[in-house]
Design a protein around this ligand. Sequence first.
Ligand code: UD1
Ligand code: MG
Length: 469
Amino acid sequence: MHTPTPLNVIILAAGQGTRMRSHLPKVLHPLGGQPLLAHVLERAQRLHPAQIIVVHGHGAEAVRAYFADGPGPDHTQSNGVVQWVLQAEQRGTAHAVAQAMPLIRDGERVVVLYGDVPLVSPESLSLLVEELQRHALVLQSMHLAQPGGYGRIVRDAQGRPCRIVEDKDASPEERAITEVNTGFMAARSEALRDWLARIDCANAQGEYYLTDCLALAVADQANPAALVATHSEQFLGVNDRLQLAQLERIYQHQQAARLMRAGVSLRDPARLDIRGQVLAGQDVCIDVNVVLEGTVRLGDGVVIGPGCVIKDSELEPGVEIRAHSVIEGAHIGAHSIIGPFARLRPGTTTAAQVHIGNFVEVKNTLLGEGSKANHLSYLGDAEIGSAVNIGAGTITCNYDGAFKHRTVIQDGAFIGSGTQLIAPVCIGTQATIGAGSTITRDAPDHSLSLSRTRQHSYPNWQRPKKPSA
Ligand code: UD1
Ligand code: MG
């Protein structure tokens, strides 16, 4: 059996990204809610490399700080395998790779990726690496109808790749070549080290070009290869905000396609944005203009109405979220109905068949089975039992200006409309609170509590009138 030699991934991420016109380093700009570099790191991890070496330079501190807790999008993966190498001055792609080479031994494999090319498929990367069994150097190329700006692959009469000419160094004939260098390549480490030492900067940009490896490999009769990509979209890079927006659409289309294949109905796949990880059951239906962020779990049959934003939440089977609800850090029990226009903040947990209606805000609150708060309420730091009815305009007054206090409402309680519950306070089982009450003390089980003032009616009351002209 062939034992694979160790694989090293080098990610080039030192460039400035001038055309982004941004204070944020280019590789930290988000795609699907995660920095470009996080996407590249995630794809690199899937190759199970011995190490990933990120060559960084511009905005080095910000980049390292972002990934200080690990390279994964959710910061959970260990970063033991990721090494950070500083390229203080950006003198070209060959110079960048050379900074990483001291960390790599001879007799190993190297694959070079770019930190600003985030959509490459793991399958393509595997194919590229596999070719190292037959070649000392493998380049990834693609055909582009408009190849301007890219390095062109020059092939000999037999169709073998023989050199790469950069756009700025190319003759008009060479500029007409549509096969371009994606920049991704794989090489055997000892050969790469040797070529890097021989590359100079005698070119239009005065830079050390990694692409010169190809001509050197040909001179060494090292039998280099260029793999032509069948799906070139995945090798598109980000140089400016227009390209970033184009890649965002491609990425979102891929996410939408993945969900639909898993059994989710999307009213319009072009009007869903996923900025994180969505795990969906079957027969989930998502209406237009929905944003899903962080980790979102959707049980079978969940229905999400138009215009909802849902972040880091779990919706159990059969939950219905009605239009324009904003939900974060919530766990919604099966067959509950939320919204329209509901706002669930972190720490909201409901049992099954709970109803939370329009203009209800819930924070750090537990709602038991079948409980309802259908209109215009604030429920914060509360523990609400099952079958509780919260009338319109109920407010848990949880904050005294310094501390937060809890409100407990036990099973079967009925809170009349317009009630203020001054926490800490407990409403007992089956207790009733008359509408318009301000409740400052605990209400016993099965009692009626009222705190509103008595009504007086003055007969034949004349309203003030403006004197007539
Ligand atoms: C490079 C290739 C070109 C290819 C194109 C694909 C070379 C000489 N040219 O050109 O053939 O068609 O990519 O997009 O390699 N970087 C560093 N340090 C440096 C220079 C660059 O880390 O000193 C990084 C950049 O951050 C970027 C990547 O390397 O992620 C590519 O650099 P860039 O300047 O964009 O190269 P191109 O001119 O586009
Ligand atoms: Mg570029």
